[in-house]
Write a protein that binds this ligand. Structure first.
Ligand code: F6P
Length: 538
């Protein structure tokens, strides 16, 4: 399928060809009001996209594309619970989890409300000490055992919002490498530790392995076999199987196959969030996301934050040649945002056939990467400023990110704004020459001081790092991901590519255990397996 109807596609190609000869700073001198016009605000977020290589004609064509590809209607289909996940014939109703109602889905809504009430009751019981460890100690720590969507969202939120006064300390273990769990447990007391086994499928090897090892640790720490369930919570679609772990029914929470793993932090998969931060914080998080749902449903494409984000990504990656998308949050509290967004965007939109199974002629999701500013500035920003690769970026700056040390926070903001400006203006040849003369180097050598600038990026200001703003931010990225999938013609809600590795890993285990496998193995893999076996003879 084509990325856009022919006439629009040609208009966008022409606009891109013309704009490649332009400079963003020049566009500003021609129209200083673009900082106001290329801006969209909602729920404490302010998306400034004036520093993209974009002019009104191109923007108009992109807005026409949003209508031509029926983005508003696609969103209505999503929140109405239509089967947008075509390969698994399921809806993707994460919006229902935060109270965005869908006609004809009252049973699902009731199940969500019932689960939220049960979660609130357990959280309250844990915080009051009514639900305590088997030896009577109050819980002080919660360990989330999950991976992918059963880890990254709750991990991001707990890391972003934790305070010294938080009711419980939260820890996250995802890797099957025993080191991950051991490092966490080493510092904990089994008598006051609650473990959440978080797995939508309840078949994920990493999670089940860590859960079994955590259970052994509890038993070894003096918790009796018949009481160990007091220290466990399970969240899964397979509640029956969780029962086999002797987890009390009050500790077992359902999720549903109509919620995708990477869109599930709003469900009981996120129970570590209220356990760690308190129930009000979780409610406010859901409220922020619901606000973003309402905004996305109500606003036309030009005033719609997630649609604008998706259109910009399409513009940058398909018309201006960006290969990757850097997410650069200037807030240590958002250090885990790039990890979360990697799964959200690359597992959702890293596809090569359309929703109808047609082989695509165009690229799909760009590689997403990034880390907290200013740390990246002393690492990979060199490539951003002077490298040859093309990228787009989101620079994210909370206006209020916490109390204390105002000078350091001002310095952090100064770096965010400086990078945004440097990416746009760069350092021209004349300035490079001046610098060269000052440093007494040849004119030719001065070329090394040039910085091209003209790097398109968005500047996303967040009012304050509250649970509401964070909920709105994450929901905005969720909807952006879906809109991009609609523009690309793909299904954002399956992940068949991940399964292949899981299947081959089963064969590899045989090879590493007995040296034999039923599958034909290439010599490189065979040599590595033999080396591993030789190193692990015990
Ligand atoms: O990585 C594949 C995947 O299926 C993700 O989509 C999912 O978030 C993760 O594994 C964990 O799955 P589960 O919650 O079923 O353990």
């Amino acid at each position: 399928m084509a990325i856009a109807p022919q006439a629009l596609h040609e208009a966008l190609l022409d606009a891109a060809a013309a704009l490649r000869q332009e400079r963003i700073d020049h566009l500003f001198s021609e129209a200083p009001d673009r900082a106001d016009r290329y801006r969209c605000e909602v729920g404490g977020l302010s998306l400034d996209f004036s520093k993209h290589l974009l002019h009104d004609d191109a923007w108009q064509s992109l807005l026409e594309l949003a209508s031509a590809r029926a983005l508003p209607e696609a969103f209505s289909s999503l929140i109405a619970g239509e089967k947008v996940n075509t390969s698994e014939r399921r809806p993707a109703l994460h919006t229902l989890l935060r109270g965005t109602e869908a006609d004809g889905h009252s049973e699902k809504s009731d199940a969500v409300q019932k689960t939220l009430s049960r979660m609130a009751a357990l959280v309250e019981a844990v915080h009051s000490g009514q639900a305590a460890g088997a030896t009577g100690k109050r819980f002080t720590d919660v360990v989330n055992l999950g991976i992918g969507g059963s880890d990254l969202g709750p991990r991001l939120i707990c890391d972003a919002l934790k305070t010294p006064e938080a009711p419980l300390r939260a820890h996250f273990v995802a890797n099957i490498d025993p080191e991950d769990l051991d490092r966490v447990l080493r510092a904990l007391d089994p008598e006051s530790t609650l473990c959440v086994i978080c797995s939508k499928s309840f078949t994920t090897e990493e999670t089940l392995s860590n859960a079994a090892r955590a259970r052994d640790w509890l038993l070894a720490g003096g918790i009796q076999d018949d009481a160990v369930g007091q220290h466990l919570i399970a969240v899964t679609t397979q509640v029956q199987q969780a029962g086999q772990w002797h987890i009390p029914p009050a500790h077992c929470f359902p999720i549903w196959d109509w919620v995708g793993g990477r869109y599930s932090l709003w469900s009981a998969i996120g129970i570590s969030i209220p356990l760690a931060l308190g129930w009000p914080a979780f409610q406010q998080l859901l409220e922020g996301a619901r606000l973003m749902d309402a905004h996305t449903a109500a606003m036309s494409p030009g005033e719609n934050v997630p649609m604008i984000m998706a259109l910009l990504e399409l513009w940058q990656t398909h018309y201006l040649g960006a290969d990757t998308h850097a997410v650069l949050p200037y807030a240590q509290k958002l250090a885990r945002l790039p990890d979360f967004l990697q799964q959200l965007t690359m597992e959702s939109n890293g596809k090569r056939v359309s929703s109808e199974g047609e082989r695509l002629e165009h690229d799909t999701a760009p590689v997403l990467w990034g880390s907290a500013g200013t740390i990246g500035q002393h690492s990979y920003y060199q490539l951003l400023h002077q490298g040859t690769r093309s990228f787009t970026a989101d620079i994210i700056l909370p206006l209020r990110s916490g109390a204390g040390d105002h000078d350091a926070r001002r310095a952090l903001a100064a770096h965010a704004l400086a990078q945004s400006r440097a990416l746009m203006v760069g350092r021209c040849a004349e300035e490079a020459d001046k610098l060269g003369r000052h440093r007494d180097v040849d004119e030719a050598v001065s070329r090394q001081f040039e910085v091209p600038g003209n790097r398109s990026h968005s500047l996303l200001l967040i009012d304050t790092l509250s649970p509401e703003c964070l909920g709105a931010l994450i929901a905005a990225y969720e909807h952006k991901t879906y809109f991009l999938a609609v523009l690309l013609g793909i299904n954002a809600f399956d992940q068949w590519g991940v399964e292949l590795g899981k299947e081959i890993a089963a064969d590899m285990r045989g090879l590493l255990t007995t040296g034999e496998t039923e599958a034909e193995i290439d010599p490189s893999t065979l040599v590595a397996a033999q080396a591993w076996r030789a190193a692990n003879t015990d």
